[in-house]
Design a protein around this ligand. Structure first.
Ligand code: ADP
Ligand code: MG
Length: 272
């Protein structure tokens, strides 16, 4: 499902102009990461996708629906939004009820609901925690419940707001595998993240925001080469990209594999 954002402006009632003319298109099944300093407007932008916020000016289309002409309840069938803070999202007394809520609300047949709930619980490794109260889980596991609750709705578009925040190493690795799985399933994924190494490893398209605008948008290798613009919104290129630049490897690399290839080329061309 295609997402088209045209000249989006949004001003909060307080007068803060959080978005100042954002235009973006995401093709069906595309995966992009949004980075940029705190307050850049990342969360405000993605909250327009499921209608939690409505444009002050401009328009947002999700497939053939204009969000300002579509109810939040209806948009929920197309866009799943995992909140940055699970405590803002979770409200049920046990994990299974929490994960069941979304698909039930979409009006799916009970058998279909059960199938989607079981799949989401299995994907997030929550099968042995179905009767636990989410508030008795650690933040890492609460985040997993929040993700499962959205995946259970099987939307074409999934938005993850800071999915790695407060996650231990194993859960971050698990999340990378999950994103890979969703990619193979053809899902559109938009992830907001401060973790630039995670972004570099898992997303081919990087959208850089600063002060309510899109500053850069493109494949990782061209975005990570723009150190000055990145610096203006307090984003540092991935550690590997910075190391490659200091070693003068002659190209922008940001994955371990790309780094090793460039490093060997350099060694060979140096005759060592
Ligand atoms: N509910 C709100 N009311 C008023 N201003 C807000 C609200 N939420 C965010 N803002 C302001 O809007 C701007 C963009 O915030 P946000 O979209 O949360 O940025 P990001 O997710 O990139 O950190 C900031 O200046 C922030 O202080
Ligand atoms: Mg945010």
């Amino acid at each position: 499902m295609r997402i088209q954002i045209d000249n989006l402006h949004f001003t909060y009632p307080s007068g803060v102009e959080a978005l100042q003319g954002v235009s973006l298109t995401l093709e069906p099944g595309e995966q992009a990461a949004i980075v940029g300093q705190n307050g850049a407007g990342k969360t405000t932008l993605v909250r327009h996708l499921n209608g939690l916020l409505q444009p002050t000016r401009g328009a947002v289309r999700v497939g053939d629906w204009l969000t300002h002409e579509t109810s939040v309840a209806k948009l929920a069938a197309r866009v799943g939004y995992v909140f940055q803070n699970p405590d803002d999202q979770l409200f049920k007394g046990d994990v299974r009820d929490e994960v069941k809520f979304g698909p039930t609300n979409l009006g799916l047949a009970p058998k279909q609901v059960e199938a989607q709930v079981d799949e989401a619980l299995a994907l997030l490794e929550l099968m042995d925690k179905v009767e636990v109260n989410p508030y008795d889980l650690t933040p890492t596991w609460r985040k997993r419940v929040a993700i499962a609750a959205i995946l259970a709705m099987d939307t074409a578009i999934i938005v993850l707001d800071e999915p790695t925040t407060g996650q231990d190493h194993r859960s971050v690795q698990h999340l990378a595998g999950l994103i890979q799985h969703l990619r193979e399933r053809g899902k559109t994924i938009i992830a907001i993240s401060h973790d630039i190494d995670f972004v570099a490893e898992n997303f081919g398209r990087i959208i850089v925001m600063g002060q309510g605008r899109v500053l850069l948008d493109g494949p990782a290798e061209s975005v990570f080469a723009q150190e000055e613009i990145l610096g203006s919104t307090y984003v540092q290129p991935p550690q590997l990209a910075r190391l490659a630049s200091r070693l003068e490897l002659g190209q922008v690399v940001y994955t371990a594999e790309g780094f090793m290839t460039a490093y060997h080329h350099k060694k060979i061309s140096n005759g060592s």
